[in-house]
Design a binder for this molecule. Structure first.
Ligand code: HEM
Length: 213
């Protein structure tokens, strides 16, 4: 086995902070929605607002990091090996077969992850963030009579925002399950904590020669 550096410091910080904020936003958001009772409505509204500012700030830094480091290239969707990947997750994984794609610092994501994470970044997060910002500024924008916003009724915004929240939670559940499907059940989580993942030396050599081609 060989230790390979996969996740730099900022990526780990961004990942765990985003996960924490999304879980906290879900907790406070569903209290605002009326599904649960933890902090009390007023406090939940306040916490939801404060943590949404933190998420917006984090997203701004993450966009900057993805662009300046070229990491955004990891998320370009591809159909290469996608059938093998689906076959692996639906049958191969239960028979102890080998992963059809391997990780290294130049290619961290398998083809299914590329598509799902691309959708997460380009559709799901923007849906929740944009509806959330419109929701937050609804009254002030209404008072100023800005027609574009006034044309979207508040209940539609709330429904879209809540729909996005449900999708985010579904993503989270599947995502946590998927993290257990690495070399060992905890190897992917450990890699996101330490930055390093242990992979077989032979696989690492193959990856390097594939990347050089
Ligand atoms: C930048 C991101 C976000 C912003 C700006 C935002 C903003 C808002 C606002 C303004 C409200 C109305 C209550 C209030 O005045 O505070 C709200 C409600 C809500 N938020 Fe968010 N939010 C964001 C992210 C999230 C996330 C990530 C989740 C869940 C994973 C979430 C789940 C909810 C839910 C379930 C409600 C209740 C909707 C209703 O029934 O009216 N929000 N959000």
């Amino acid at each position: 086995m060989k230790k390979v550096f996969i996740y730099p410091k900022f990526e780990r910080f961004w990942h765990w902070t985003q996960a924490t904020l999304i879980m906290f936003l879900a907790l406070t958001g569903f209290e605002v929605h009326g599904s649960i009772s933890v902090f009390g409505f007023e406090q939940a509204v306040r916490f939801h607002r404060i943590s949404s500012y933190a998420l917006l700030l984090l997203i701004a830094f993450a966009i900057f990091w993805h662009i300046t480091t070229g990491e955004w290239r990891n998320y370009i969707p591809t159909t290469k090996k996608i059938k093998d990947q689906i076959k692996y997750y639906t049958t191969g994984i239960f028979k102890g077969e080998k992963h059809p794609t391997d990780k290294n610092e130049l290619s961290k994501l398998n083809p299914l992850q590329k598509i799902v994470y691309f959708g997460f970044k380009v559709v799901l997060i923007p849906l929740v963030v944009v509806t959330g910002i419109l929701y937050m500024n609804y009254k002030s924008i209404d008072e100023n009579n800005i027609i574009v916003i006034s044309e979207i009724p508040l209940d539609i915004l709330a429904i879209l925002h809540t729909f996005g929240a449900f999708l985010l939670i579904s993503f989270l559940i599947v995502h946590v399950y998927m993290t257990t499907t690495g070399e060992t059940p905890t190897s992917n989580i450990k890699a996101m904590i330490t930055g390093y993942e242990e992979i077989e030396e032979e696989i690492d050599k193959q990856n390097k020669s594939e990347n050089e081609k």
